[in-house]
Design a protein around this ligand. Sequence first.
Ligand SMILES: Nc1ncnc2c1ncn2[C@@H]1O[C@H](COP(=O)(O)OP(=O)(O)OP(=O)(O)O)[C@@H](O)[C@H]1O
Ligand SMILES: [Mg+2]
Length: 343
Amino acid sequence: MSQFDYIKEIAKSGLENDQEKLLSVLNDFIEYSKKTKKINFALQLQSILKEATFVQKSNTLTKVGSDNYYNRIDEREVSDLILEKLTSDYSFSNLVASQDTKSQLELFVKEHEAHELLKKFDLPIANKLLLYGPSGCGKTLASYVIAGELKKMMVVVNLGAIVSSKLGETSKNLAKIFRKAASENCIIFIDEFDSLGKVRDYDQDHGEMKRVVNTILQLFDYLPQSSIVIAATNQKDMLDDALLRRFDLNVGFDLPDESQIRELIELTLKNDQFSFDKPQSLSSIIKSAIGLSFYSVQKTLVTAIKHSLFKHLSLKAVPMQTLIDTKIWKELIFKEKKSLSKK
Ligand SMILES: Nc1ncnc2c1ncn2[C@@H]1O[C@H](COP(=O)(O)OP(=O)(O)OP(=O)(O)O)[C@@H](O)[C@H]1O
Ligand SMILES: [Mg+2]
């Protein structure tokens, strides 16, 4: 950057009231001035900055040059990639899945609960997990369950956003996220993992994307045993073998079968406030819902419950038990199937 560029940046961040950016550009400008032998000017600037930060410090703003200050710069750079940072109260009881899927996930959790024991016997701990399967069948939910069971924080990384935006910064920022997650002992959840594969179709800088894939491969290879990475995709076949091979465990999710739909209904109606007005027609409705995702089945059921509840709005007191209008639910399922088949 030239002197004029710095001045423009300073003007911009000043006018936009972006304190953090302003301080960061000013610091860079001081360094630049020193390097270009404008020592006096650099010292003057430095003392202006010192005075200002002294005032700011008493206003509890972050102090320039402190660890906090650098952490905040770091955070701003990676925040574009982090969708959210969360804790979870979910447990295995929230997830409906085949026995096989559940026991694979349970073993994964157990390995981390018993990591001390495994370490004693020098046994490796599976820490790279790929969740795959159609949309709305519990991949994201399963990651919440793992975070909840292990009582760990989870950082959700938005790979889709990375790939379509600031490609140039991605490798560096991914490395930062991995480092941060390792130091804070949290789980990294990478959603839309297939975006890495899709890139071949994009009209973008392939060299840069290759770097991103290589970065991921390296980060996976050097991942500390105590760290956990979970990736999710609904297009597993978009991922090439080099990526797939890195995972210790691939766990599949499927559309629900009849008994899983029943389980989902029970889970959704877990408190006894709701029951069906015509229980005898439930079996045929469940059959008609086959082909829909867990998400769609749950969504239509919840909507039917709301409709049924609103019927009582005219009553003064809401009854202890609300009967779910099975006819409405049936219609909603029909509509959902129809709208999905059009897509
Ligand atoms: N297997 C499941 N058991 C219980 N509830 C489920 C299940 N799958 C989905 N749901 C319900 O649907 C919601 C959405 O599911 P989820 O976000 O986990 O889907 P996904 O597989 O990650 O889909 P996508 O590929 O679109 O991201 C969940 O929050 C939950 O309410
Ligand atoms: Mg998801």
